[in-house]
Design a protein around this ligand. Structure first.
Ligand SMILES: Cc1ncc(COP(=O)(O)O)c(C=O)c1O
Length: 366
């Protein structure tokens, strides 16, 4: 039993350490998985029960399991970082736990309490901490990406909330998300497809949102763009976010603007952290609506000096250009993205334990 109350069933055939070391040297993203997974089951009658860490492996699901038909599913994304003294830490897990509960409510899934959510990360790391890469040098961003998720597992084809649910956490060693590191990326503006609509599920981290974004992502790839930016579904005018990251705009007078939260935007933990850190850097954070015309005009006039995307996977990545059906929006002056780079290294230094954690944002996992 782990200190966080999970029974442990060890993997009888764990990955050989030589093979694991080879994977950790060049992990890519989301391709390899650690030896165990955490699991908690929920039924309408018994509630949450059966907390365990068990060998990583395929799930047995009845073909009628509700998740396979109606996508009643939510997930999270959070990383474990190894510090220089060998200890393993994660960043603001309370925020992910709270977002997971918000997502659960929207998808009519049972809420998992924050203690069990954070406990499941600790339980998995208590057996799989060897899977957290040790960065070879300061600039290397390797970590263990943790993926908690919850699925409707009842075998029943009626459309109603499932009476049986399973929660798992799997772990995958990860290198930097974009190979170019802080090299600016090109973004495609989806003018046809929408990611989210008022009253819908945009603020929830549910698989369906990502399934719905893939056709636009395919368009982006055809334009040699690595991500998609979405506009609002009502007026087709307001910048919302990317398929998997929030957006920030830096103005030459020191304002740093991000679209305000609505039910069509996912509340990013990185977004929230940047808003809190901005004042320390002498920046004035603003959460408000920003239109595609403001982006276009601000980029042309030099009012906007930087645009960047942010999220757990890619930290902070400058946006070099926005490709639309009509034009390509580029910043008039190439400033070299000093604000994005500064905030990025502040975040990374904190996450990797190279800077004092004055806000109590880090939680030790192992
Ligand atoms: C749609 C979307 N927006 C924003 C984010 C950034 O959120 P976070 O900073 O919590 O990783 C993510 C990634 O989780 C996302 O999928």
């Amino acid at each position: 039993m782990t200190p966080s109350g999970f029974d442990v069933r060890p993997n009888a055939n764990p990955t050989a350490s030589q093979i694991r070391d080879d994977i950790l040297e060049s992990p890519g993203f989301g391709q390899h998985f650690s030896d165990h997974m955490a699991h908690v089951r929920w039924t309408e009658d018994a509630g949450w029960h059966g907390n365990e860490v068990r060998p990583y492996g395929p799930l047995t699901l009845d073909p009628a399991a509700a998740v396979l038909h109606y996508a009643q599913e939510i997930f999270e994304g959070i990383k474990a970082y190894r510090h220089a003294d060998g200890s393993v830490w994660t960043f603001r897990p309370q925020k992910n736990a709270e977002r997971f509960r918000r997502s659960a409510r929207r998808l009519a899934l049972p809420e998992l309490d924050d203690e069990t959510f954070i406990g499941s990360l600790k339980a998995l790391l208590s057996v799989d901490s060897d899977w957290v890469p040790t960065p070879a040098h300061e600039g290397e961003e390797s970590s263990l990406y943790l993926r908690p998720f919850m699925i409707a597992s009842e075998s029943f084809l009626g459309v109603r909330p499932s009476k049986e649910v399973d929660y798992y956490v799997i772990a995958s060693p990860a290198a930097a998300y974009f190979k170019g590191g802080v090299a600016p990326v090109s973004i495609w503006l989806s003018s046809h497809y929408k990611r989210a609509a008022p009253g819908g599920t945009g603020f929830a981290k549910c698989g369906g949102n990502y399934a719905a974004s893939l056709a636009a992502q395919k368009e982006a790839a055809a334009q040699n763009c690595s991500q998609v930016a979405f506009l609002d579904a009502v007026e087709n005018k307001w910048v919302e976010e990317l398929g998997g990251m929030n957006l920030f705009f830096v103005y030459k007078d020191g304002r740093i603007v991000t679209p305000q939260l609505t039910d069509t935007i996912l509340e990013g933990v990185t977004r929230d952290s940047i808003l809190e850190m901005a004042a320390d850097e002498g920046l004035t954070p603003e959460e408000r609506a920003i239109s595609i015309d403001e982006w276009r005009e601000g980029a042309a006039s030099g009012e906007i000096t930087e645009v960047f995307a942010c999220g757990t996977a890619a930290v902070i990545t400058p946006v070099g250009e926005l490709v639309t059906e009509d034009d390509t929006i580029r910043l008039a002056g190439d400033t070299g993205n000093p604000i994005a780079k500064c905030l990025r290294s502040q975040l990374l230094d904190l996450q990797y334990g190279r800077r004092e954690d004055t806000r109590g944002w880090m939680t030790r996992l192992a």
